[in-house]
Write a protein that binds this ligand. Structure first.
Ligand SMILES: Cc1cc2nc3c(=O)[nH]c(=O)nc-3n(C[C@H](O)[C@H](O)[C@H](O)COP(=O)(O)OP(=O)(O)OC[C@H]3O[C@@H](n4cnc5c(N)ncnc54)[C@H](O)[C@@H]3O)c2cc1C
Length: 364
């Protein structure tokens, strides 16, 4: 039985990304849920590169928080401080909590409204369509997936990818890196490793980009895909400052509570859990933490809380619409077989269903 409104506790979730959005949705009928996020929408991050070549994808992958959080409070702001009882937002609002969930995975400056975000995708798409040559800066998943999308949809454009590391996709194993390098070469993408670009000297329309070695790359435009910082710098000014590890991640116990705190949980990429940082694992954290919060809110025994076991090393990086490179626990494969798992719909329908939304927009 759901608790009556007067009996419900206040759960504040900071961060409306993959993990935060799911836990907010999961608890909305068990607690007074307050979701604090600087933007009005949740975005499926792994669809963002397809959205740049096919902006219609963003119509499905950029979802207003109010569409799935029908019984919660949405606070469009950035959290800047946490005390033992309240969260302070950038606008100066104080939001009281009984339980707190920190899910600020990565910080990014993206537009506040869904409409502005969609317009941004159309603008990026126009930029790609107008260019004959494109420079991609960064060889992590974002840069590689963008190169794959452009090379697949626009095979006549000259694509150059510059990466400061010695191999692509450093978040997974070297086998995946070398297979990806070969795949990109087969699509005529020029990959330049161990080189960086002084970003202060570049702007779109520059045409000539100077690399650290003095070499130059000519391109009509560029896309910066160097990864987003962990969303934890602000936590250094809060009661959680001593719960951060050396990498700026929140240390959690097996129940996903922040070490040293009984009513504060952390989930998603912001945690120090020793596993590959992936959204599907953040979703698992969200479900374990939601279960534990429901137990605590119904006065259940702490020892009955669910525990989280770190996930496997599986990761799939899409390479255009049909292919992908995948690292599984026992093998690494590239081509159409892993592509069948991810690359056609990029788990967008599946993720929408997890948020209790129809997989396709038309039928909403
Ligand atoms: C190109 C690419 C492809 C990927 N492909 C996959 C894939 O196929 N499968 C998969 O499982 N994972 C994939 N991932 C990884 C996945 O995107 C991340 O693991 C996931 O987004 C982490 O979720 P999160 O909720 O922890 O953080 P995020 O999704 O980063 O969300 C953090 C949220 O917190 C908000 N925030 C930050 N600071 C504050 C603050 N101070 N106050 C309030 N809100 C704040 C942000 O605005 C954001 O909404 C991919 C990543 C990339 C880059």
């Amino acid at each position: 039985m759901e608790p009556s409104s007067a009996d419900r506790r206040r759960v504040v979730v900071i961060g409306g990304g993959v993990a935060g959005a799911l836990i907010a949705k999961s608890l909305q009928f068990d607690a007074h849920v307050f979701l604090i996020d600087p933007k009005e929408y949740f975005e499926i991050p792994w669809a963002s590169l397809r959205a740049m070549v096919e902006p219609l994808m963003a119509e499905r992958s950029v979802i207003n928080h109010k569409d799935y959080l029908t019984n919660g409070h949405i606070i469009t702001s950035r959290a800047i401080k946490i005390t033992e009882t309240e969260v302070l937002t950038e606008e100066g609002r104080l939001i009281a909590y009984d339980y707190l969930v920190v899910a600020t995975g990565h910080d990014d400056s993206v537009p506040k409204t869904r409409m502005e975000r969609l317009r941004q995708y159309y603008a990026e798409n126009n930029k790609i369509k107008a260019a004959k040559s494109i420079l991609i800066i960064g060889g992590g998943p974002t840069g590689v997936e963008l190169a794959g999308e452009v090379a697949t949809d626009f095979p006549n454009k000259k694509v150059t990818l510059v990466h400061s590391g010695s191999r692509l996709l450093q978040f997974i194993g070297p086998k995946a890196s070398s297979k990806t390098l070969e795949w990109l070469a087969s699509k005529k993408v020029e990959v330049i490793l161990d080189e960086s670009i002084n970003l202060n000297s570049v702007s779109d329309g520059n045409k000539v980009y100077r690399l650290s070695s003095g070499k130059t790359v000519t391109a009509d435009c560029h896309f910066l895909c160097t990864g987003k910082p962990t969303g934890s710098s602000w936590l250094k000014e809060t009661i959680l400052k001593d719960s951060l590890d050396a990498n700026g991640r929140l240390m959690v116990d097996e129940n996903l509570r922040v070490k040293g705190w009984r009513n504060i949980f952390a989930i998603g990429d912001i945690t120090d859990i020793s596993e590959i940082k992936q959204g599907y694992l953040g979703q698992k954290h969200a479900l374990v933490a939601a279960k534990n919060l429901k137990l605590l809110m119904s006065e259940g025994k702490e020892r009955k809380m669910a525990t989280y076991k770190p996930g496997s090393i599986t990761a799939i990086v899409s390479l255009g619409r049909k292919e992908a490179v995948a690292q599984f626990p026992l093998t690494t494969v590239i081509g159409r077989a892993p592509g069948m798992i991810k690359s056609s719909d990029l788990f967008v329908g599946k993720t929408r269903k997890k948020m209790d939304l129809r997989p396709d927009l038309e039928r909403n």
